[in-house]
Design a protein around this ligand. Structure first.
Ligand SMILES: Cc1ncc(COP(=O)(O)O)c(C=O)c1O
Length: 456
């Protein structure tokens, strides 16, 4: 076991004593002391108190420059002052009204214009929106199956918890994987209806669709998979899926829960490929829980009350709608997103230079406001099987050392990415790179094996 690794882990424990105390209280009433399994940490999670701009403070008062940004929610940054001001008034005048809010249509119009969609239905979390998109597609096509990609994550619903992070031992063939449930408690029937293809492999998709295409309601994907790091679609891949979906009359769904905050017009706008339905969440309401399904009129108009269910007490409440309007029209403007993208480029280029100089085995993948350092000896990362070459221990050491020096370098996990917000500055990026440069030697030297954890 590397001495640096042990020393840095010890340091983190020493500076997070209050988190340890909170954890002890928490585990008595909540398994693992967290309310999303993704936040569980060994030996305990660090608990946080406050966020402002690009900064975050933990329960011990340690300050960090935040590049986690709540798993990509906070492209607006923490508590953007324009949003804070608008929300004060909204909170004072009713956060949820029980009837449809008078401004919901205004946000729907903003979404339609910006993202080039016909119609919109709002909901609360990303997982709800993907679940609704698939339900709408199944209702519209009167088919049962969906095709999803190995390594893509679409939230909590059973249909999507298949081949999220499977081991090779369970998933088998890289081009025609077995269907592997990602959690206990999922109905076998749901798993059976979810066909699995490798990302970036059009031929494999064609083969699967030749066999099952007439039963496939929807092909669903993250246009840039961002739950196995940062994987760019090969040129022609998205266009190819568009053609295949058309050929079999399947609904093409882009899950843009993450990517809608990476580019001004989302990934569909960036790659200029139009899906039939798109889901969005995370960044679109500046830190408030808003999600949506949007897309073609004929599919959306088929969501008829009494025939196709779409419901939610908190859907389109006055708080999230106001937050969405302010965020999309005043904060995540094209200009502001371009500036954030410039900083993202600066971070990516800086990482590449340091990695080359220090001779670390790593690939930097990025576009828009996010990117990932893949610690790997592989020459390419194009799908889940490539991602399995990730050196988890090296990622872990890098993260702990960065945390100890006041940087949260990305959302936690080698499968995650950094998010640059409109409140980050050049100085924030320079500090991030300065610290990485200081520690690059330690990161290069590490020699520990750690497996990728399969469960989520
Ligand atoms: C691409 C994608 N889809 C859906 C979800 C689920 O969103 P939520 O956690 O808001 O339910 C996530 C969450 O990270 C995601 O990354």
């Amino acid at each position: 076991m590397s001495a640096v690794y042990e020393e840095e882990n010890k340091k983190l424990v020493e500076k997070t004593k209050r988190s340890e105390e909170i954890y002890k209280e928490s585990v008595e009433v909540t398994p693992f002391g967290v309310h999303s399994n993704y936040r569980a940490m060994d030996p305990y999670p660090i608990y946080f108190t406050k966020g402002k701009g690009s900064k975050l403070w933990d329960a011990d008062g340690n300050e960090y420059i935040d590049f986690h940004m709540a798993f990509g929610v906070l492209v607006s940054g923490h508590s953007h002052p324009v949003l804070v001001e608008a929300m004060k008034d909204r909170i004072a005048n009713g956060t949820i009204l029980g009837f449809e809010f008078e401004d919901s249509y205004k946000l729907a119009k903003i979404v339609c214009e910006r993202f080039g969609v016909d119609m919109v239905k709002f909901s609360t979390t990303g997982g709800e929106s993907t679940n609704y998109a698939v339900r709408f597609a199944r209702a519209y096509t009167e088919r049962k199956k969906i095709l999803k990609f190995e390594g893509c994550y679409h939230g909590f619903p059973d249909s999507f918890l298949v081949n999220v992070k499977p081991t090779v031992a369970k998933a088998g063939h890289p081009r025609f994987p077995n269907q592997v449930p990602a959690s206990k408690g999922i109905l076998e029937e749901a798993v059976k209806q979810t066909l699995i293809a490798p990302f970036n492999d059009l031929e494999a998709v064609e083969t699967i669709m030749k066999k099952h295409g007439n039963e496939v309601a929807a092909i669903i994907l993250e246009p840039i998979p961002m739950n196995m790091g940062y994987i760019l679609p090969r040129p022609g891949f998205l266009e190819g899926l568009r053609k295949i979906a058309d050929e079999y009359n399947s609904v093409l769904i882009f899950d843009e829960v993450k990517t809608s905050g990476k580019f001004y017009r989302g990934a569909a706008g960036y790659f200029k490929v139009k899906p039939d339905l798109v889901t969005m969440a995370k960044a679109v309401a500046g830190g408030y829980p808003l999600s949506l399904v949007a897309g073609k009129k004929d599919i959306m108009n088929a969501v008829v009350p009494g025939a196709v269910s779409h419901a939610g007490t908190f859907n389109s409440n006055s708080l999230v709608i106001t937050a969405g309007i302010v965020t999309l029209s005043k904060i995540l403007t094209e200009k502001a997103m371009n500036e954030a993208t410039k900083l993202s480029r600066m971070l990516a280029k800086g990482y590449e230079d340091i990695i080359n100089d220090a001779k670390i085995h790593a690939l930097v993948k990025w576009a828009g406001t996010s990117g990932t350092v893949h610690f790997t000896k592989a020459k390419k990362i194009e799908n889940w099987r490539d991602f399995l070459t990730t050196d988890v221990a090296r990622w872990f050491l890098y993260t702990v050392i960065m945390l100890n020096r006041g940087i949260v370098p990305s959302a936690l996990g080698p499968d995650e990415q950094w998010t640059i917000s409109v409140q980050h500055t050049k100085e924030d990026i320079a500090k991030h790179l300065e610290i990485f440069k200081e520690i690059a030697g330690h990161v290069r030297k590490l020699d520990i094996e750690m497996p990728i954890v399969e469960a989520i």
